[in-house]
Design a protein around this ligand. Sequence first.
Ligand code: SF4
Ligand code: SF4
Length: 341
Amino acid sequence: MDKYVLPKDNLSKFVSEMIGKYKVFAPVNDNNVTLFKQIKNPKEINLEFTNSKVPPKNLLFCQTETLFKFTPGTKGKIHPVDFDNGGRTVFGIRPCDAKSLAILDRVFKGDFEDPYYLTKRKNTILVGLSCTQPCLNCFCTSFNDSPASPEFVDILLTDIGDKYFVEVNSDKGKQLVKTMNKLFKSATEADGKKKKEVEKKAKDIITRFQKIDGITEKLDKIFENPFWETVANKCLGCGTCTYLCPTCHCFDIQDETTMTDGGRVRIWDTCMISEYTLQASGYNPRPARMNRVRNRVYHKYNYYPKNFEVIACVGCGRCIDSCPVNIDIIDVVTRAGEVKP
Ligand code: SF4
Ligand code: SF4
C-alpha cells in the first residue's frame, strides 16, 4: 500500500481539485445534524463530526430513485432515465461505513446485477477519514475492524497533527493521488508510527463490545425461544433502526402515475413494519412485532453470514443512538448468545 502525508494546508486544495473533476459528497452540518451532501466549496465540510446521522449508503442506494418512466395506455411506452453515472468522490467516509458498502455489494452484485447501484459504485472514489473520537455506541472492534482501517476505501486520511497520514489502497486511489502529486509528500517511518498511535488511541476510546463468537449457530437453536418476545415488547415498529443502518438494503418498488405519464420508483423499505411482508391474500408470514424484531437480528447475524460469509453489521451504533425506546443491538445479540436453547 502506498503511503504519503498531506499537509493540512493542502487539504483545501485537494478537495478543490476533486470538485473540479468530480461530484464531491462530504459531511456537512445541516441544522445541527451531519449529513453527506454534494459540496461546491471545501469550506462547507464539517471535519469535526463523529459520524453522519444517515449513512452515505444513500449516495449509491438512493432513498428514492426513478428506475424508468412510462406512458400508460394501449400505446404505452417505456422511457429509460439518465441515472447519475458521472465520476464522484465521497470524502470523509468512515471506515465502518465503507465496509458497509462492501457488504451491500454482495446483494447488488449477486444473482441479479443492479445497474443503478453498480454504476454509481464503479464511478465512486472513497476518500475515507479515520475516526479519532468514536461515539459512545461504536463497536466496530467487535468485528476485528478498526476505526482507522484503510481496507474498504480507496484512500484513507488519518489526522496525525499538522498533517494527514495517507494510505492508498486501490488503483482508483493511486490514480487520484497521481493527478495531484504536488500536494502529497512521502511518508516517513515517524509518520507511520504516529498513525498507529492515533489508531490505538481511537480503539481505546471504544468501550462497547458485542459477543459474536458462535452467534450464527446459536441463533439456529433459539428461533422459537420466548427471549424474542421480551425484546419485542419494547419495540414501537418505527423502522428508524433499519432506515439508518448502513447495511440495510430492503426496498419497495411502486408506480407513480398521473393521467398522462408515470414512473417506476424504488424507495427504501423496512422489515420492521407489518405491511412489509403482507401478501395480497391478506396472509402475513410475520404478523407479530416479535416476528419482525427477530427477523432483523436473524437477517444480520444468521441469514447474511450463511449466504455471504459476513455479519451484516459494522458496529456503527446508529440504531442504538436513534432507537426511541433504547433497544440496543449490542445487548440483544450478547443476551441471545447467553439464552439456554
Ligand atoms: S445494526 Fe445498528 S450498529 Fe449494526 S450496522 Fe446497522 S445501524 Fe450500525
Ligand atoms: S428503532 Fe427501536 S423502536 Fe423503532 S423499530 Fe427499531 S428497534 Fe423498534
